[in-house]
Design a protein around this ligand. Structure first.
Ligand code: KIV
Ligand code: NA
Length: 270
């Protein structure tokens, strides 16, 4: 069996083989993702994807810990990263350390991810200096949806320089990788050329050092939500709809359960 990948292994991929990442929130999916991916992110997207929240703002430490524990039970090779949720790290480096340490101790993850650039760089430095590998996240940062005014493409035109400065600041502070979300492909390529650690793109074009998608998006679990940057590799939502429709029809027609699903009163052959 291949050894467990560490944050340092991911960092060392700069300029080499692309870093393959997906999110996971449950043990069975984590087991499958672990067979094919280098890095598994327990994203705070879990709040929207599995809990029906309207944004990631309502996600709690308790939710991240519960899903982190579930994912941790399914992993043996991939590097496991857990998101710090909104409100758990912005106040001070000390608050961030306390919550990041709790995520690591209670889930067994090897690193945490937090959103932000220049303004959060001191916190990244504080965590890394105290033994917590940090993955950063710049560009579209969904926890800031209310100040950004929506889930819009970031860094178009002159704003690109600010996103590059954000990526550089967190890299200088010691982040081992940087997620680039929803940027023009040219800017994704430029940041990937400029910074010394792997960029992990989501809607940031083909020239990032790795890619990540939300697992439920790429599996087609939803019918409505379909951003441009998501490719659907399966249609599990449609399959589930068909399966549940067939089950309901068979129960109503009393054709399920059949004899093969039912128990007899007497055991045959002793
Ligand atoms: O929460 C999440 O799933 C993420 C990825 C989209 C990068 O932050
Ligand atoms: Na996230």
């Amino acid at each position: 069996r291949k050894p467990r990948l560490t944050a340092a292994d991911i960092r060392a991929r700069k300029g080499g083989e692309p870093v393959v990442c997906l999110t996971a929130y449950t043990t069975p999916i984590a087991e499958i993702v672990d067979r094919h991916c280098d890095l598994v992110l327990v994203g705070d997207s879990v709040g929207m994807v599995l809990h029906g929240l309207p944004s990631t703002l309502g996600v709690t430490m308790e939710m991240m810990i519960l899903h982190g524990q579930a994912v941790g039970r399914g992993l043996s090779r991939a590097c496991m990263v857990v998101d710090l949720p909104f409100g758990a790290f912005e106040e001070s480096p000390e608050q961030a350390f306390r919550n990041a340490a709790r995520l690591m101790a209670e889930t067994g993850c090897q690193a945490v991810k937090l959103e932000g650039g220049v303004h959060i760089a001191d916190t990244v430095r504080f965590l890394v200096a105290r033994g917590i590998p940090v993955m950063a996240h710049v560009g579209l940062t969904p926890q800031s949806v209310n100040t950004l005014g929506g889930y819009k493409v970031q860094g178009r035109g002159a704003e690109g320089d600010q996103v590059l400065a954000d990526a550089q600041a967190v890299t200088d502070a010691g982040a081992f990788a940087v997620v680039l979300e929803k940027l023009p492909a040219e800017l994704g390529a430029r940041i990937s050329r400029e910074i010394a650690v792997p960029t992990i793109g989501i809607g940031a074009g083909p020239d990032c050092d790795g890619q990540v998608l939300v697992i439920d998006d790429m599996l087609g679990m939803f019918t409505a939500f379909r951003p441009k940057f998501v490719k659907r590799y399966a249609q599990l939502g449609q399959d589930a709809d068909k399966a549940i429709e067939a089950y309901a029809a068979e129960v109503r027609a009393r054709s399920f359960p059949g004899p093969e699903h039912s128990f007899a009163a007497e055991l045959k052959n002793g």
